[in-house]
Design a protein around this ligand. Structure first.
Ligand SMILES: Nc1ncnc2c1ncn2[C@@H]1O[C@H](COP(=O)(O)OP(=O)(O)OP(=O)(O)O)[C@@H](O)[C@H]1O
Length: 392
């Protein structure tokens, strides 16, 4: 969709901001450009809508060299969101958002109706915010208007230059999540500039890590974090990249432990035998619908002083409820957070409504290690054997 072919930008004073850059953004893909200040991210982006002209190479949009396009017509196909949102201060929020559709020839009333839809889409109730002026909004709300306005002409391509840079971290995370939600339905082709690796990881289908005027690595967030291609990338993504990687590594079936499973209505004695045979200290308890109910300890099942002494006792009499569960595919970070929130040593992993197995802290750690090794070796994750201290 957007293709950079040997693109170079050398400014008049001799600064080479972008040096022989070649890469492609697929249709519907979101690539984050991340790197330290002054490495050429903004220059890269502004060459796409011809706010800056390259001094070498070419950029193709849908196969067409943008140098041959009329810049005004080109910019209609490309939404542009920047940190200083640049709203018209004397126009209401609704009119700010309606400006582009109106300029594109929509009658004023239709343009305003479309603007109201867009405000709704970015989470601003047009009935509440539509008649306000930009200085009557919070920073986060202004950013939302900026996104709504960029979407107004329904461009297939969005260029976003630190669009959430000016708001506090909590609002920022909120805006990022909202934007991801939007993108999952709109499927725009997006170049997103940030200097924040966390933001790049959270939003990008792929991340382009910039060194000076060049891309050091262009790959999925998981690979960039798990297998940095160069010492520069490793340093840029940070010594805690293992922790960051938790956010982009999903729980898979092969990561799960499979303790014995008993049913709530099983006789306690039969459950005790099953645990003894398996040499297991505890079992997962499922209810009549095969949904996780909790767990039961071998000790409790075998305790002659406890409820198990009654020959008619069932697992229900001894089981302990445990509510923590996550679906397969949940990022490990969220799974860990659920573990901590429930103060539990394990959580049930579900496939739809079906119980699939158990994730423990040790299993979670193993999943992360295997995922990282899988990226470095190109092996499927389930086939990675870990070198592990016995008994852990
Ligand atoms: N008009 C200009 N004339 C000369 N040099 C420029 C010009 N614009 C940018 N540069 C230089 O080009 C390099 C890349 O700038 P650019 O704005 O693309 O970086 P960036 O990665 O977006 O940085 P930041 O994160 O700070 O916005 C920098 O060294 C910058 O000083």
């Amino acid at each position: 969709m957007i293709r950079f072919e040997h693109v170079t930008k050398r400014y008049a004073d001799g600064t080479t901001a972008v040096d022989d850059l070649s890469f492609e953004v697929a249709a519907g893909e979101l690539i984050t450009l991340v790197g330290p200040s002054g490495c050429g991210k903004t220059t890269t982006m502004k060459m796409v809508n011809r706010l800056i002209e390259p001094t070498g190479g070419r950029i193709l949009l849908d196969g067409e060299d943008i140098a041959d396009a009329d810049p005004v017509e080109l910019r209609r196909r490309i939404g542009y969101v920047i940190q200083q949102v640049g709203l018209f201060p004397h126009k209401t929020v609704l009119d700010n958002t309606a400006t582009v559709p109106h300029l594109l020839g929509r009658p004023r009333k239709a343009a305003r109706a479309r603007a109201a839809e867009l405000l709704d889409l970015v989470g601003l109730d047009p009935a509440v915010y539509g008649d306000r002026y930009p200085d009557q909004l919070s920073g986060g709300q202004r950013q939302r208007v900026g996104v709504a306005r960029a979407l107004a002409a329904d461009p297939p391509v969005l260029l976003m230059d630190e669009p959430f840079g000016a708001v506090d971290p909590v609002v920022r995370e909120h805006l990022q999540n909202e934007f991801l939600r939007l993108q999952s339905t709109l499927h725009k082709t997006v170049l997103f500039v940030t200097h924040d690796i966390e933001e790049a990881v959270r939003l990008g289908d792929r991340i382009a890590v910039y060194g000076s005027g060049r891309i050091e690595q262009l790959d999925t967030p998981a690979t960039v974090l798990g297998a940095p291609a160069t010492p520069y990338t490793a340093e840029f993504v940070g010594a805690d990249r293992g922790l960051k990687r938790l956010a982009v590594t999903p729980v898979e079936t092969a990561d799960l432990d499979e303790p014995p499973v008993v049913r709530l209505d099983d006789p306690a004695a039969r459950a005790a035998d099953a645990l003894t045979a398996a040499g297991a200290p505890w079992a997962v308890v499922l209810d009549a619908d095969a949904a996780p109910y909790g767990w039961v300890a071998a000790d409790a099942l075998a305790d002659p002083e406890g409820p198990a002494a009654d020959r008619s006792a069932t697992v229900r009499d001894l089981a302990r409820p445990m509510a923590a569960s996550v679906p397969l595919g949940t990022p490990l970070r969220q799974a860990l957070s659920t573990l901590l929130q429930h103060d539990a040593g394990w959580l049930a992993v579900l496939d739809g409504d079906r119980y699939r197995g158990v994730l423990t802290p040790a299993r979670l750690h193993g999943a992360l290690r295997r995922a990282t090794t899988a990226d470095a070796t190109d092996l499927p994750r389930a086939e990675v054997a870990l070198d592990t201290v016995p008994g852990t």
